[in-house]
Design a protein around this ligand. Structure first.
Ligand SMILES: NC(=O)c1ccc[n+]([C@@H]2O[C@H](COP(=O)([O-])OP(=O)(O)OC[C@H]3O[C@@H](n4cnc5c(N)ncnc54)[C@H](O)[C@@H]3O)[C@@H](O)[C@H]2O)c1
Length: 270
């Protein structure tokens, strides 16, 4: 899809990957609706983008961890810019460790934001997209959705579910004109990655340091723009993830043994 003149929504756009995606889409000529629970970040971003091209950016304060939050966001965006051409379900949360100690509320929040948000958005976008034979659904999962996130069962399980949901959409609605892409990065230099250094973040700094090459959000956005113009399903800003994924598929037991060794090395560094 060529984004010039298109109506796009990016969730989790107060900073990090979401803010970089919105800025890049805007530079490519798109109208952008930037949504987040953090009002200040999206208000500042939309004001900056709108100044360079008046009438092209809107900030919406939205909690996409509820169905009502998704409905309100989509309705406000439609009222401003007409039907949505591309929806980027990018908001995500970390947190949680193992199944023994992780509080129920952390599991529920992870599923709401990292998985249910995607299906709630799809539920309210698809009827219109199927009627007009066009629409583009993108989501940010993670390399953890193809591989694993050492130290966090909720992040691993929800990101796998996000990849699976995106795949299902692509299979089911691809012939009806709905395009789907799923972004699966490793380390990106954002508040979420940096929060790994805080003791209550659920992902220790040792795990963060094992996240491979850490990319800047703007570099990720560049890769995403190219993948959207090529309408490619899997977006891998860290190309080595494809190699890891192929090795996992080729020999799952060997891959799990390798991950155990990595886990032990991380534990030794703590
Ligand atoms: N940073 C990394 O290394 C990395 C790697 C792989 C995947 N990801 C994924 O990338 C996405 C973006 O994360 P990021 O790294 O830019 O971190 P980030 O913390 O900067 O951005 C996440 C944004 O989501 C917003 N958000 C959280 N819950 C929300 C809710 N209920 N409603 C609306 N907004 C909400 C936050 O306020 C925040 O602005 C996430 O889905 C994350 O899981 C990040």
């Amino acid at each position: 899809m060529d984004l010039d003149g298109k109506h796009t929504i990016v969730t989790g756009a107060a900073g990090g990957i979401g803010a970089a995606l919105a800025a890049r889409f805007h530079a490519a000529g798109a109208k952008v609706v930037v949504a987040d629970v953090q009002t200040a970040g999206v208000t500042e971003l939309a004001a900056r983008l709108d100044q360079s091209r008046p009438g092209s950016a809107l900030a919406v304060t939205a909690d996409i961890g509820t169905e009502e939050g998704n409905v309100a966001l989509i309705e406000e965006a439609r009222a401003a810019f007409g039907e949505v051409d591309l929806f980027f379900a990018n908001a995500g949360i970390g947190g949680g460790t193992d199944p023994i100690t992780t509080p129920e509320a952390s599991w529920m929040a992870a599923f709401a934001v990292n998985v249910h948000a995607h299906r709630w958005a799809a539920k309210h976008l698809l009827p219109v997209w199927l009627a007009r034979g066009e629409g583009y659904f993108c989501s940010t999962a993670s390399a953890a959705g193809l591989l694993s996130q050492i130290g966090s069962a909720p992040y691993t399980a929800t990101k796998h579910a996000a990849v699976a949901f995106a795949e299902w959409l692509a299979i089911t609605y691809g012939d009806a004109g709905v395009r789907v892409s799923c972004l699966c990065p490793q380390g990106v230099n954002t508040a979420m990655l940096r929060a790994g250094d805080s003791p209550d973040a659920g992902i220790s700094s040792a795990v963060v340091r094992s996240a491979g090459t850490v990319l800047e959000p703007a570099a990720v956005a560049e890769v995403v723009l190219e993948a959207i113009s090529a309408e490619r399903f899997l977006i891998l800003p860290h190309p080595e993830v494809l190699d890891y994924f192929q090795r996992k598929a080729a020999d799952p037991d060997r891959w799990i043994a390798g991950m155990r060794k990595l886990q032990a090395r991380i534990a030794a560094r703590r």
